[in-house]
Design a protein around this ligand. Structure first.
Ligand SMILES: Nc1ncnc2c1ncn2[C@@H]1O[C@H](COP(=O)(O)OP(=O)(O)O)[C@@H](O)[C@H]1O
Ligand SMILES: Cc1ncc(COP(=O)(O)O)c(C=O)c1O
Ligand SMILES: [Mg+2]
Length: 290
């Protein structure tokens, strides 16, 4: 019997609604991965409501919790670490130490970094020091990086001018650490108005994917967290880079269709759970020549 993969997921938890681990853990479990959620913050709700209560986890808790797992002899069973929304740069440094510890216990373990940098206009609030940490320290340690456009621009120190330029920028990151860069949402000048575009760049090539852009009165939050989590889950289950890319786009689209149909602001993960596992549509990734 094939072994079930184990994944340590270090990101935010919200009591109400879906962002961070609260968007990704259930879907990752539903597709067949054992998830070890470690919550960087516990907030009442995501920050795009403009107000929230709750606390940031003390950074020392990150090694403390992982050492607890090492003590019971389970750390070598960890196949991957995912990091997302961070409450402080110190938490980020603690995560990089944990990644090194896990790779020592299991050299095949992967580290996927979703570099959540925040977006003041959208109300995604992340401390500024976290962005510096992601640019200066996390990039070099990541095996897989999943930025959105704003984050890709921030890593490269400039705005993308075209699709070719996005590819060149993502490709430039490959020489700085990651083996694969998944841009979860492309936003460059003169792009198609009706499409939601994504990009995957690895040493083997570049792939571009379009799915329909859906209209929402308020953009749902947690979509990036869901995308990164499902992409990593499927990699661990044995998918190729491109298969995991196509799958994550299709599964996230199913969740967004359900969310739109319900007129909900929060992702309808529970209602969409069967279609997360078996998406009805397939969006084929097109290989780019450059
Ligand atoms: N098919 C879609 N149609 C419309 N909006 C979408 C679609 N897929 C994702 N979105 C929205 O696009 C945005 C992507 O956000 P972005 O900042 O680029 O990445 P992230 O989700 O990592 O923050 C989110 O607001 C999400 O709700
Ligand atoms: C607590 C928390 N976690 C995670 C996120 C990231 O969500 P997304 O997947 O939309 O990037 C946000 C965004 O506002 C947030 O407030
Ligand atoms: Mg994000």
């Amino acid at each position: 019997m094939k072994r079930t993969p184990h994944l340590l997921a270090i990101q935010s938890h919200v009591v109400f609604g879906h962002a961070g681990n609260s968007a990704a853990v259930f879907p990752m479990q539903r597709v067949g991965v054992n998830v070890w959620p470690l919550n960087t913050v516990q907030f009442s709700n995501h920050t795009q409501y403009g107000q929230w209560t709750g606390e940031v986890l003390a950074p020392a808790q990150i090694p403390a919790l992982v050492n607890g797992i090492a003590t019971i002899g389970e750390l070598g069973n960890c196949d991957a670490v995912l990091s997302g929304y961070l409450g402080s740069a110190a938490q980020g440094r603690a995560i990089l130490a944990v990644v090194a510890q896990i790779k020592a216990a299991n050299p095949a373990a992967l580290y996927l970094c979703d570099p959540v940098m925040g977006h003041a206009e959208k109300g995604c609030i992340v401390p500024e020091e976290v962005s510096d940490f992601l640019r200066e320290e996390a990039l070099a340690a990541a095996d897989v990086l999943c930025p959105n456009q704003l984050e890709l621009d921030s890593f490269c120190g400039r705005r993308a001018e075209s699709l070719d330029d996005c590819v060149a920028m993502a490709r430039s990151l490959l020489s700085r650490g990651p083996k694969a860069v998944l841009v979860k949402h492309l936003a460059y000048p003169d792009r198609h108005a009706n499409d939601f575009e994504m990009l995957l760049v690895t040493a083997e090539g570049s792939w571009h994917l379009r799915r329909p852009l859906l209209a929402f009165p308020r953009q749902p939050v947690g979509v990036g967290d869901l995308t990164a989590g499902l992409f990593l889950a499927r990699l661990l289950l044995g998918d190729s880079w491109v298969a995991a890319f196509e799958y994550s786009a299709a599964a996230v689209h199913e969740v967004l269709l359900e969310t739109q149909a319900c007129g909900s602001y929060e992702l309808e993960l529970v209602r969409a759970q069967d279609r997360i596992v078996h998406p009805r549509l397939r969006f084929e990734a097109q290989r780019l020549a450059f």
